[in-house]
Design a binder for this molecule. Structure first.
Ligand code: CIR
Length: 267
């Protein structure tokens, strides 16, 4: 791979959670039909295999029918190489998801490095885009200013910088990372809607075309980038820039507004 050998952080582990049989009862704005649970399980298995192919040891948690959206584990925590911030998700139905993730993280991280967002702050992990030592914090329908400020203060105390990106007017973006992904090498995959924002001016851009917008939520893991099946132009652009891609079927998760990043916590 020319010029794309290493992401800024070597990742070794991932936490995922199986979708539950009542997964279709979760929140969604998509008009793509009801997800098929058996197919979602198959797609989840392929996702886990891809994480392993990227070099990660995967901890797969049992499904949690009390929280139909709990397969989207990314929203429950923000992980850095120096610690974890458990979130307080913006959707009330998802508030109970962080507790069990906190218990799992305690196996891997010192308890002194784990903090929690406090009410009335809210954060969904999907709004937090790590770009090396800088974090973009999306202010959205799920992540509020108070939560963003708590996170920014914690990041600053850990030696990271951060900036806010208000996406509340971007009606097609549930989360900031629905529209932008950091690849490493100062490079972003980004939608037209976000590409003009000052926050992203200092970066190289790989634009997703409007018909491949779902691919903006791709994930760099060590030497690979996970992308959704069907993002043909994005795959070609990534490969041209020296990245190895793995394309994954995501149809059943897309029906529930989920993308590739939201299915795992990576650290
Ligand atoms: C929700 O609306 O909360 C879930 N159905 C989808 C969450 C997707 N999470 C993410 O993109 N980080």
């Amino acid at each position: 791979m020319a010029g794309a050998k290493h992401s800024s952080r070597i990742l070794t582990r991932a936490i995922v959670r199986l979708p539950s049989p009542n997964f279709a009862a979760g929140l969604t704005t998509a008009d793509l039909g009801v997800p098929n649970y058996e197919l979602a399980l198959k797609q989840h298995a392929a996702y886990r295999a891809a994480l392993e192919e990227c070099g990660l040891t995967v901890t797969c948690l049992a499904d949690d029918p009390a929280h139909p959206d709990s397969t989207f584990v990314e929203d429950t925590a923000v992980l850095t190489e120096r610690g974890a911030m458990l979130t307080r998700p913006g959707a009330p139905s998802r508030r109970g998801e962080a507790q069990s993730i906190s218990e799992v993280l305690a196996h891997f991280l010192p308890s002194s490095s784990i903090q929690t967002i406090q009410a009335p702050g809210t954060i969904d992990g999907g709004d937090i885009c790590e770009a090396g030592d800088h974090f973009f914090i999306g202010i959205s329908e799920r992540t509020n200013q108070t939560g963003g400020e708590q996170l920014a203060a914690w990041l600053a105390a850990s030696g990271f910088t951060s900036s806010f990106v208000d996406i509340r007017r971007e009606k097609t973006l549930l989360h900031l990372k629905s529209g932008v992904a950091y690849l490493g090498e100062n490079r972003l995959v980004i939608t037209d809607a976000l590409a003009g924002r000052d926050a992203f001016a200092g970066y190289k851009h790989i634009r997703v075309t409007p018909n491949e917008e779902y691919g903006a939520n791709c994930v760099r893991i060590n030497d690979c980038v996970l992308i959704p099946v069907g993002c043909v132009k994005l795959a070609a652009d990534l490969q041209k820039s020296g990245y190895q891609t793995i394309a994954l079927e995501m149809s059943e998760f897309q029906k529930m507004d989920g993308g590739l990043s939201c299915l795992s916590l990576r650290f």
